[in-house]
Structures are given as structure tokens and as C-alpha cells.
Design a protein around this ligand. Sequence first.
Ligand SMILES: NC(=O)c1ccc[n+]([C@@H]2O[C@H](COP(=O)([O-])OP(=O)(O)OC[C@H]3O[C@@H](n4cnc5c(N)ncnc54)[C@H](O)[C@@H]3O)[C@@H](O)[C@H]2O)c1
Ligand SMILES: Cc1cc2c(cc1C)N(C[C@H](O)[C@H](O)[C@H](O)COP(=O)(O)O)c1[nH]c(=O)[nH]c(=O)c1N2
Length: 180
Amino acid sequence: MGACQHRDIVPEPPTPMPVERQAYRDAMARLGAAVNVVTTDGPGGRHGFTASAVCSVTDDPPTLLVCLNRGSSASAIVHANGVLCVNTLAAGQQELSDRFGGRVPPSERFQAGQWRPGVTGAPVLVGALASFDCRISRFVEVGTHDVLFCEVVGLDEAGTREGLMYFLRRYHALKETLPE
Ligand SMILES: NC(=O)c1ccc[n+]([C@@H]2O[C@H](COP(=O)([O-])OP(=O)(O)OC[C@H]3O[C@@H](n4cnc5c(N)ncnc54)[C@H](O)[C@@H]3O)[C@@H](O)[C@H]2O)c1
Ligand SMILES: Cc1cc2c(cc1C)N(C[C@H](O)[C@H](O)[C@H](O)COP(=O)(O)O)c1[nH]c(=O)[nH]c(=O)c1N2
């Protein structure tokens, strides 16, 4: 009788269960992120919203992405204007984040903070850690959100080097620890 053929029994991969929205959010809350006030102005009017789903895409040409919920009152206005400015908040600016995060109606949001028009006309926050004035080059619809790919056409930086992070559903100041 030939040697029995020994065949590795490869366990079946588990059938993937759909990820629960709340479980996803609980896990995502662990992904610390910078806090930004994204502004726009133009034929569609002036608007702004808080965003943490922002990141760099490429430096050639300088391009970042912003994920914008189509249910937000900002969505139609951002698309109508075709421009936006990502104002990355500094430590101590969490009130602006709450304001643009929906705590204050859109028409009253710009009553706090000092603003100046950028190259694109989108409001630039004076004193933001950094500001990225952008033209939207394309966008992709994914579920409830539009992923906006934005070419950076203007930059601004404030002197401060203390950032504002959002982690585990709370704000945290981020300071650089200088080497001893
Ligand atoms: N990308 C987003 O649209 C986004 C990101 C952060 C927070 N928010 C909103 O801000 C408010 C405060 O959020 P929180 O962090 O305090 O608690 P939360 O439990 O609502 O969200 C926890 C994390 O889940 C993710 N998330 C939540 N809602 C999302 C959505 N609609 N689309 C994509 N990702 C989402 C974010 O990373 C968020 O930090 C909530 O209303 C939340 O929906 C939205
Ligand atoms: C810390 C934090 C982070 C984010 C948000 C909120 C807060 C508090 N929000 C929600 C967004 O700012 C909010 O829904 C709108 O501004 C409120 O909607 P209306 O403008 O009132 O329609 C948000 N929305 C979005 O479309 N993309 C994002 O990345 C984020 N990130």
C-alpha cells in the first residue's frame, strides 16, 4: 500500500461577517487625527465644516484629500465653488472645531476666528497651524462620502508649533518633545 498521501488540511477561512457601524466607529476613534476647519467661498457662497478625514496624497503635484459627507450642508456649496481651504487647527482652537463641527449654524460659524481670503477666495484662518488653499481636481463617491482630491495652490503657516489632535473622541494638545 503506498505511503498515505499526507495532505495539509487547510482550514477554511472564516466567512467574513459585516462590520457593525458602531464597532467600526469605536475602532476608528482610536486612529488619532489632526483637526481641520475646511472652508470654501465662491458662487455657491461661504461655508465651513470640521474635518479629520484629511491626508496628503502626493507632493507632485501637491495634492491632499478631504472626505466630505454628502449629507453635510457644506457638500453642495463645496462642489459649486470647486475650491476649499484646509485650516489645520493649533492647540487651543477646539472651540472652532466644535463650532464648525455643527454646534453653531453655518451662517454664524465665521463669527469666531480671524479670516482672510486665500488665493482661491476660500477663507484662510489667521493663526492656524497651517493652511492649504486648494482647487478640487476630482472626486470619488464612496458610500455616504465624497473623497475630494484637492490640488494645493496656496500655503500658510503660523508660528505656533503646538497642534490639536482628536483621539478617543476628545481633543488633545500635541507638543513636540525636543531631544534632551
Ligand atoms: N469622516 C467623517 O465623516 C467624520 C470623521 C470624524 C467625526 N465625524 C463626526 O463627528 C462627530 C463626532 O465624532 P466622534 O469621533 O466624537 O464619535 P463617533 O463615534 O461618531 O466617531 C468615531 C470615529 O468614527 C469615524 N466616523 C464617525 N462617523 C463617521 C462617518 N459618518 N463617516 C466616516 N467615518 C466616521 C471617525 O473616524 C470618528 O472619529 C460625529 O457626528 C461623527 O459622525 C465624522
Ligand atoms: C472632530 C470632528 C471631525 C469631523 C467632523 C466633526 C468633528 C467634531 N465631521 C462632521 C462635520 O464637521 C459636521 O457634520 C458638519 O459640519 C455639521 O454638518 P452641517 O454643516 O451642520 O450640515 C466631519 N464631517 C465630514 O464630512 N468629514 C470629516 O472628516 C469630519 N470630521
